[in-house]
Design a binder for this molecule. Structure first.
Ligand code: NAD
Length: 499
């Protein structure tokens, strides 16, 4: 660990367990064993750009061993023979351990992913605990159906729900722990086994979670965690011939490659991909709710939020005052050290991501958008950005059409409901959208016409373990969370018995 990172830790203090974890050699988790890799890679702390940890860079052989362990645990191991209630108990134990280690996990995540710690605790870690418990409860409730049939003769027909098998799970760096739990809780609950690869920038919280899995008594091979690069071992994993399902969260570009690999082996596939989510603000909207929604989406997590409300359509009659209110709040956000409980926004994840965002700001200026606030490079060590708002944009601008994945909001005025609906749907993505109005009839009229996986009314970016999340169009295929997610890890077998 670089001395700049050590100084940060000294300044704010962390738990003994965080220190112990960060000081020990980092290891992958394969077949219930903590294993080192022949090669390593560096993980940087985003607010300083300095070395946080050296982590294993998995080899093809490591992936092979992890898939073999998961295959054995599914085909021959304890997991597949356990009663559903036993799986439920272990998942609850795991949730309890995550809760006991909430502070440690948030500290690790905050240092690794540049996340403001209070938001990380409340959203990333607490949300993950809820989802683990929610899915634990489903372990005992997976059932098929009896089917009356009309063919000649006497038959008893029914359906059996069976776990699909070995799941290859790939997650991005923007919610490293939370996205990983989204990927593993449902398949483990229904009896699948999993090999999970965190993003190369942010593997630490999952490497720590492996310790909790061992403590919880998860049998060997049921969950395997390999850390390494996407294009090499990520690809090895999703194209492995003996897995049964690919569950991927990340960019649309990589999702297409991953999807092709899955289909080569006729494997099950879930893709949770990018977004450019619209917020439709009507003349009767509560402007404070709009401001709050920008805080909980596009300016939360430094705008590295797949469903962040990044396109803002405001009725012309309240355009200027809404822009002013958002700019006032955004300009006063507390941007700073991620371990500081006062901090609202940390840095971008990497130098590359910061550069991408700065490039888009340059594109926005060149396209003629009006910069209302932010947009400057704050400089300094680390990958800092400013909460940024562009007004007077046009729907054809690249900053309006493309996913920037940073704290950059673009605003456009509109006059009619038909006009704003067309503008909102004029995008390749369809992850989420929100409508701000006091007119319930208008909201109910618009909800079915909006092309997105989620629609919020008078809020944005609310999620819960019991509601499905996933996009349409180029935002993906399938759902995470809610009872809907379980189906994506189950096969339905039809059974006929001639009586
Ligand atoms: P990314 O697509 O670059 O990487 C995602 C993961 O894929 C990483 O673990 C990476 O190592 C791996 N990977 C890269 N190439 C691979 C390959 N050829 N085969 C297998 N794995 C490979 O995405 P990112 O930059 O980490 O994350 C940001 C993106 O994720 C944004 O587009 C964001 O919208 C999206 N995202 C979507 C959701 C959702 O639920 N829809 C949630 C979070 C993030």
């Amino acid at each position: 660990m670089d001395k700049k990172v050590a100084a940060l830790i000294d300044k704010y203090g962390v738990t003994e367990r965080t220190l112990t974890f960060l000081r020990a050699p980092m290891r992958q988790y394969i077949n219930g064993q903590f294993v080192v890799a022949a090669e390593s890679m560096q993980v940087l702390e985003p607010s300083t750009g300095a070395l946080l940890a050296e982590v294993p860079s998995a080899s093809t052989e490591d992936v092979e061993a992890a898939v073999k362990a998961a295959r054995y645990a599914f085909d021959e191991g304890e997991w597949s023979r356990w009663k559903p209630a036993q799986r439920e108990r272990v998942l609850h134990r795991l949730a309890d351990l995550v809760e006991e280690n909430l502070q440690t996990l948030a500290e690790i995540e905050s240092l690794d992913a540049g996340k403001a710690i209070e938001g990380c605790k409340a959203v990333d870690i607490a949300g993950s605990i809820d989802l683990l418990r929610y899915m634990a409860g489903w372990a005992t409730k997976i059932d098929g159906a009896t089917r009356p049939v009309s063919v000649e003769g006497e038959h008893f027909a029914y359906t059996l729900k069976e776990p699909v098998g070995v799941v290859a799970a790939i997650v991005p760096w923007n919610w490293p722990f939370n996205m990983a739990i989204w990927k593993l809780a449902a398949p483990l609950a229904v009896g699948c086994t999993v090999v999970l690869k965190p993003a190369q920038q942010t593997p630490l919280s999952m490497l720590f979670f492996a310790e909790l899995c061992a403590e919880a008594g998860l049998p060997p091979g049921v969950l395997n965690i390999v850390s390494g690069r996407g294009r090499t071992i990520g690809n090895d994993l999703v194209s492995h011939p003996t897995i049964n399902k690919v569950s991927f969260t990340g960019s649309t570009e990589v999702g297409i490659t991953v999807g092709k690999a899955a289909i080569e082996n006729i494997n099950h596939l879930t893709l949770e991909l990018g977004g450019k989510s619209p917020m439709l603000v009507f003349e009767d909207a509560d402007i404070q709710k709009v401001v709050d929604a920008t805080q909980q989406s596009i300016y939360f997590n430094t705008g590295q939020v797949c469903s962040g409300g990044s396109r803002l359509y405001i009725h012309r009659s309240i355009y200027d005052q809404t822009i002013a209110a958002i700019a006032e709040r955004a300009s006063n956000m507390v941007v700073g050290d991620t371990l500081n409980p006062e901090t609202e926004m940390g840095p971008a994840i990497s130098a590359g991501q910061k550069q991408t965002v700065m490039d888009y700001i340059g594109i926005g200026l060149a396209e003629g958008a009006r910069l209302v606030c932010g947009g400057k490079d704050p400089g300094g060590e680390g990958y800092w950005l400013q909460p940024t708002l562009f007004a007077d944009c046009d729907n054809s601008m690249r900053i309006v059409q493309e996913e920037i994945f940073g704290p950059v909001l673009v605003a456009i005025p509109f006059d009619t409901e038909e006009e704003v609906l067309a503008l909102a749907n004029d995008n390749i993505y369809g992850l989420a959208a929100s409508i701000f109005t006091r007119d319930l009839s208008r909201a109910l009229r618009l909800i079915p016409k909006i092309e997105s996986g989620t629609v919020w009314v008078n809020t944005h970016d609310m999620i819960d373990a019991n509601t499905p999340f996933g996009g349409v169009k180029q935002s993906g295929i399938g759902k995470d969370m809610g009872p809907e997610q379980l189906e994506y890890f189950l096969e339905t077998k039809a059974v006929w018995i001639a009586l």
